[in-house]
Design a protein around this ligand. Structure first.
Ligand SMILES: [Zn+2]
Length: 381
C-alpha cells in the first residue's frame, strides 16, 4: 500500500500549503451599517445635453497561453468581427495577461475554482496572487486591495456566475469602481442593487464574455453603450467609465442588432433636483425607474418619455427600458454631488494575528503528518 501512503502524504502537504495561504489572509473590519446615498441634490452622470452613444465590449478572450485557456481567435480577427458590428471600443481580456494587441488594454484577474474574477483596465502589471479554493469576504477584499493600485478602473466581473460575489458581499466590499452586471454567464441586477443600496457607486458594464467570436450566440449578446462621441479619446473613455456614463444592454434576440433596431437614451435630465425626465430615441414597451432596495419607483408603457418626482426615500435612481429586442439598464443617478465609493476597510490586526497563528499551526501539523507518511515509505525501502 505504498502508493496510498505517498498519495495521502502529498495531499496533506497540499492541504498544508492551502492552510498557510489562509493564514496569510488579512481579516478586515467591515462596516455593519450600510450608508445609503444622502443629500438634497442629485448627481446625474448624464446631465445637461442630448446624448450621443458609442458601443463597447471589454470582455473577450483571445487564443492565449498556448490554448490552455478558453479562447479561439487572434486579436486581429476579434477586432474585425466587432468592427463589422459597429463597435467603437473593444477590449481583449485574457486571463492573467495584458494582451499587447488589445485596443483597450486590460486583463481578467483570477484563477480560483469559484470564478471570483475582476477586470483590470489599463493595468500597469498583472497580479498573480489569488485564493484558489474557498474565498472568505476578507480574501475577496484582500484581492481588491492588491489590484487597486495597479488599475485606474477596477471592475467586479460577473457576480452571479457561480455566485462568486453575493449581493451581501458587494454591499460590504470596498475599492471597486464598477460591476459587470450583464454577462453571458449570468446577469447580476439584484447584486448590483444591493451594492447601490449600501451607498457604493458602481457603474454598469455589459459584456459578451466571448470566447469564440464566430459563434453567433456569443457576439453582441450583452454590451455597453458609452455616452461619448466616436471621436472621443481613451482618456475621456476612462473618465466616462468612472463617472458612470454607461448603459448596459442585453440582446433578447439570437442575432446581433443594428443600432437602429434598439432604443438609445436621448436625454436623462434631473430638473432642479426635483424632476427626473427620460427620453428614448424610439418608443419602447416599457420604461422603469428603480431605486433603493431594487424597488420599482415608476413605470410607463408604450412610450418614449417618462417623468418622475423623486421622493425623500429615493437614494439612487436608475432607468430600465424594455423592447422585444433588448433590455437596457443605465448607471444610477444618486443623491450627493459626485460618485461615492466605499474605500478599502481597515485590517483587524488582533483577528488577523489570531487567525494567522491558528492556520500556521494547522499547516505545521499537516506538514509533519505528511512528511511522516512519506518518510515511512522511504525507511521501508
Ligand atoms: Zn471570468
Amino acid at each position: 500500500m505504498h502508493w496510498l501512503r505517498i498519495t495521502l502524504g502529498i495531499l496533506l502537504l497540499l492541504a498544508a500549503a492551502l492552510a498557510l495561504l489562509q493564514g496569510l489572509t488579512p481579516v478586515y473590519r467591515f462596516d455593519d451599517q450600510p450608508t445609503p446615498f444622502r443629500g438634497k441634490g442629485w448627481y446625474n452622470p448624464f446631465e445637461g445635453e442630448t446624448l450621443t452613444w458609442t458601443r463597447a465590449n471589454f470582455h473577450i478572450h483571445s487564443y492565449a497561453w498556448g490554448g490552455l485557456t478558453n479562447g479561439h481567435q487572434s486579436p486581429a480577427e476579434i477586432q474585425r468581427v466587432y468592427d463589422s458590428l459597429g463597435y467603437r471600443w473593444v477590449g481583449i481580456a485574457d486571463y492573467q495577461r495584458i494582451n499587447p494587441h488589445s485596443p483597450i488594454p486590460l486583463y481578467e484577474h483570477g484563477w480560483s475554482v469559484g470564478k471570483v474574477h475582476q477586470l483590470c483596465f489599463w493595468a500597469e502589471k498583472v497580479r498573480w496572487w489569488d485564493y484558489p479554493l474557498y474565498q472568505s469576504l476578507s480574501a475577496k477584499q484582500h484581492i481588491l486591495k492588491l489590484l487597486r493600485p495597479t488599475t485606474p478602473f477596477l471592475v467586479v466581473a460577473h457576480p452571479r456566475f457561480l455566485h462568486s460575489y453575493t449581493g451581501d458581499e458587494l454591499a460590504k466590499l470596498g475599492g471597486y469602481d464598477a460591476i459587470e452586471v450583464l454577462n453571458r454567464y449570468g446577469d447580476s441586477v439584484a447584486e448590483w442593487d444591493s451594492a447601490l443600496s449600501s451607498g457604493h457607486y458602481a457603474s454598469i458594464l455589459g459584456s459578451d464574455n466571448a470566447h469564440d467570436v464566430y459563434n453567433l450566440h456569443e457576439v453582441m449578446s450583452r454590451w455597453t453603450e458609452i455616452a461619448l462621441p466616436s471621436s472621443a479619446s481613451e482618456e475621456s473613455l476612462r473618465k466616462a467609465l468612472l463617472v458612470g456614463r454607461t448603459v448596459g444592454y442585453k440582446n433578447r434576440t439570437p442575432f446581433p442588432l443594428q443600432s437602429s433596431e434598439y432604443p438609445l437614451f436621448s436625454r436623462i435630465t434631473m430638473r432642479g433636483d426635483s424632476m427626473l425626465e427620460v427620453k428614448t430615441s424610439m418608443p419602447v414597451d416599457s420604461l422603469r425607474i428603480v431605486g433603493q432596495g431594487g424597488q420599482v419607483r415608476s413605470t410607463a408603457y408604450q412610450t418614449d418619455t417618462l417623468s418622475y418626482h423623486p421622493q425623500a426615500e429615493d437614494t439612487y435612481l436608475r432607468i430600465e427600458a424594455f423592447t422585444k429586442a433588448v433590455e437596457a439598464y443605465t448607471s444610477p443617478l444618486i443623491r450627493g454631488t459626485q460618485p461615492k465609493r466605499r474605500l478599502i476597510p481597515p485590517i483587524d490586526m488582533r483577528l488577523t494575528i489570531l487567525q494567522g497563528v491558528g492556520w500556521m499551526l494547522t499547516s505545521l501539523f499537516l506538514i509533519l503528518l505528511g512528511l511522516r507518511l512519506l518518510r515511512t515509505k522511504y525507511d521501508k525501502r
